[in-house]
Design a protein around this ligand. Structure first.
Ligand code: 8YV
Length: 325
């Protein structure tokens, strides 16, 4: 019977409940060893497939998309970000691209606050001291960090995740500044201060949180010149995409003391991060865990499946189609 089901390639190993639904509804080609396919392997594995369930980091560039089989109708990414897919190249071949918005907003906003607090309160050094069996007891001047409550937080990119970060930061009585392509309506703005020019916002940011997508405009946006506009001792948090910052500039700013610290969940070229980060004792670093809760990863998978099933099983437009910006 499975011969009659549309064939869908899972490019990665997905959570069990997600793979179970994929197998129930499709002729699923799984990747149980979770090999990260290069472009050639992707093209080969997609042979005979009508759909692809993929993830960030997959090499879905124009060259790979041009070689996908004619049978392929949809690329459903298990992520909200889709910078790893050449959407224009897919459109040219009539391949629909979908993503998984909303369901990872809370998990990602939570981890943004974890990064903010971790960096501000020198959590990495505290953990290292304890685990390295070097803690000799409480001391009045030990590991003094930066106070969070009541400070100013600037958010670059006030979409779903940026707004959820602002909601959480309000519980810390932070003053919220933001920059976004468009100003939010008052009910969503909720007292946050809008800056049409993101550069003009930087001087107001004791903390800066990057929550924008990676695009040609945001690539290496936080460079040396913009870091210089932040107040001395500011803290930068990035849970969006690594290439939004210029790593060399960010590392130099922490080393010089211009920035007190950084809290990062994403890295340019991850998983091979700039080695300079390893030498920053204050940096609070996580391995791209923003959406890593079982509930969220299941919800992302189910959303990707909603997209695949709409098109391939019912001939409907998927609920979360992305288009060329
Ligand atoms: C995902 C993410 O887990 O959804 C996104 O855009 O950044 C992550 O949290 C990852 O991209 C999986 O594809």
């Amino acid at each position: 019977m499975s011969d009659h089901k549309p064939r869908v390639l899972a490019t990665r190993l997905f959570p069990p409940a997600v793979e179970a639904r994929l197998q129930a509804n499709f002729d699923a080609v799984l990747n149980p060893r979770d090999v990260v396919y290069d472009a050639d392997q992707l093209v080969q594995a997609a042979d005979g497939c009508t759909g692809l369930m993929c993830a960030a980091g997959d090499a879905l560039n124009a060259a790979a998309i041009a070689r996908f089989p004619d049978t392929l109708r949809i690329i459903a990414t298990f992520s909200v970000g889709y910078e790893h897919i050449d959407v224009a190249a897919a459109a040219k071949r009539g391949i629909v691209v979908t993503n998984t918005p909303d369901v990872l907003t809370d998990a990602t906003a939570d981890i943004t606050l974890l990064c903010l607090l971790g960096a501000a309160r020198r959590a990495q050094e505290g953990i290292d001291m304890l685990r390295g069996r070097r803690w000799e007891g409480w001391a009045p001047t030990q590991l003094m960090g930066t106070h969070v409550t009541g400070k100013r937080l600037g958010i670059v990119g006030m979409g779903r995740i940026g707004q959820a970060v602002a909601d959480r930061a309000r519980a810390f009585r932070m003053t919220i500044h933001y920059s976004n392509r468009r100003r939010l309506p008052p009910d969503q703005e909720n007292g946050a201060i809008f800056h049409a020019d993101p550069e003009a916002m930087l001087g107001h940011c004791d903390f800066l949180s990057l929550n924008c997508p990676l695009t040609a405009d945001t690539r290496h946006w936080l460079n040396a010149a913009r870091i210089a506009r932040l107040p001395d001792g500011a803290i930068v948090v990035n849970t969006a995409r690594g290439p939004v910052v210029d790593d060399a500039a960010l590392i130099a700013a922490v080393r010089s003391g211009k920035l007190a610290s950084v809290g990062l969940d994403v890295f340019d070229g991850e998983p091979r991060l700039n080695p300079g980060y390893h030498d920053l004792p204050t940096a609070f670093l996580l391995p791209h865990m923003g959406s890593a809760t079982l509930e969220t990863r299941n919800a992302m998978g189910f959303r990707a499946l909603d997209n695949l099933e709409a098109l391939l099983l019912r001939g409907e437009t998927p609920p979360h189609v992305v288009t060329v910006a």
